[in-house]
Design a protein around this ligand. Structure first.
Ligand code: PMV
Length: 309
C-alpha cells in the first residue's frame, strides 16, 4: 500500500500473449489478452525534482520512463504491481500505461485510449528498444486483441477457455531476445512460419472453438519458438509437464529466455500440481465468460478480460 497522501493515480492491467510473439515485431499477427491483475502508479506532491519513492524494481529505464512521462519537478512516484517483473506478463507495458493515466489524473482529466497508446509507446521504447506495440495496446484497451504492427488493434471477445499460466521462475530480457531473433540468418522464414500458426490460432478463437485443435496449434507454436532459440530448459519442462498432466496444449508466452508458459486445460488441478513438482508457481486463468459479479466489480466487459485465481 502507498502510505503517503497521493494526489493522482493510474492503473493498467497486465497481459498474456496467446500467440505471435516475436513474429509480431516483424509485421505478423499476434493475439493477446488483458489480465485482471496489473500495476498502479500513485503520485504525491513534494518539493524538489520528481523522484521514485517506491517501486518493486529500480533500474535506469524506469527512471527514464518516469522522466519522459511525468513533470520534472514536484512529484513523488510510488509503483505497486501484482505482476512479476520480466516474466512476459506485461509489467513494463502496464507501468507505461499506468504512468500516462496517473499523469492525466494529475492534470485533472482522464487519459484517452489514443493518449495511452501514443505516450505509453514512448515508455515502452525506453524499456524494450523496438517493441511491436502489442503489449501496451492490450494494456491500454484492457481487452483481448488481434494485433498487427502499424494497423489499428482489433479488440474481440474470446471464447470461454481455461488456461494455466506457469512461471519458469526467471526473468527474460525482451530487448535482448528480440535482437537475437532478428539476427538469425533464417529469421524471415522462421518468423513467417510463426505468423502462419498465429493466424491459425487466431481463427480458432471463436465461439465454436475446438480446444483439441487449438491445443495442437499451441504445441506447434512452442516448437517454432524453440527453433528461434527463445525457449529455455525450464520453459520446455513446463510445457512437457503440462501436456503430460492432461493439458490440451502449451507454449511459452512472451519474449522467452525465462518468463512464463501457458497451458490450455480442461481441469487446471493436475497441471497446477505438475508445475509445483517442478518447483515452479502457476495460477489458473478463465478466458472469456467472466462472471457478472466480476463485471460489476471492475466495470469492464465481462467477456473480454480474463479472471485469475
Ligand atoms: O513483453 P514480453 O516479454 O511478453 O514480449 C513481448 C512480445 C515480443 O513479441 C517478444 C516483443 C514485442 O515487442 O512484441
Amino acid at each position: 500500500m502507498f502510505d503517503g497522501e497521493w494526489i493522482a493515480q493510474g492503473y493498467a492491467p497486465g497481459k498474456l500473449i496467446l500467440t505471435g510473439e516475436h513474429a509480431v515485431v516483424h509485421g505478423h499477427l499476434a493475439v493477446a489478452v488483458a489480465l485482471d491483475r496489473g500495476t498502479t502508479v500513485s503520485l504525491a506532491s513534494m518539493d524538489g525534482p520528481t523522484r521514485i519513492a517506491s517501486a518493486a524494481c529500480h533500474d535506469q529505464r524506469l527512471q527514464q520512463a518516469v522522466a519522459a512521462l511525468l513533470p520534472p519537478q514536484g512529484v513523488s512516484v510510488s509503483i505497486e504491481t501484482q505482476l512479476p517483473v520480466g516474466r512476459g506478463l506485461g509489467s513494463s507495458a502496464a507501468l507505461s500505461v499506468a504512468l500516462v493515466r496517473a499523469n492525466a489524473h494529475l492534470e485533472g482529466r482522464e487519459a484517452s485510449f489514443a493518449e495511452c497508446h501514443r505516450q505509453g509507446f514512448v515508455a515502452e521504447r525506453i524499456f524494450h528498444g523496438n517493441p511491436s506495440g502489442v503489449d501496451h495496446t492490450v494494456c491500454a484497451l484492457g481487452s483481448a486483441v488481434r494485433y498487427r504492427r502499424g494497423e489499428p488493434a482489433e479488440p474481440f471477445t474470446p471464447p470461454a477457455l481455461q488456461l494455466v499460466i506457469m512461471d519458469s521462475g526467471t526473468a527474460g530480457d525482451t530487448a535482448a531476445m528480440v535482437n537475437a531473433v532478428a539476427s538469425l540468418p533464417d529469421a524471415r522464414q522462421r518468423l513467417a512460419d510463426i505468423g502462419a500458426v498465429s493466424k491459425a490460432i487466431s481463427s480458432t478463437l471463436t465461439a465454436n472453438v475446438d480446444p483439441k485443435t487449438l491445443g495442437a496449434l499451441m504445441v506447434e507454436n512452442h516448437r517454432l519458438l524453440q527453433g528461434i532459440g527463445v525457449s529455455t530448459p525450464m520453459l520446455d519442462a513446463l510445457v512437457d509437464a503440462a501436456c503430460n498432466a492432461g493439458a490440451l496444449g502449451a507454449k511459452l508466452a512472451g519474449a522467452g529466455g525465462g518468463g512464463v508458459a501457458v497451458a490450455l486445460v480442461d481441469d487446471p488441478e493436475p497441471v497446477l500440481r505438475a508445475v509445483q513438482r517442478l518447483g515452479c508457481t502457476a495460477f489458473s486463468v478463465q478466458l472469456g465468460g467472466v462472471s457478472d459479479r466480476k463485471q460489476r466489480a471492475n466495470g469492464s466487459d465481462p467477456t473480454s478480460t480474463v479472471s485469475t485465481s
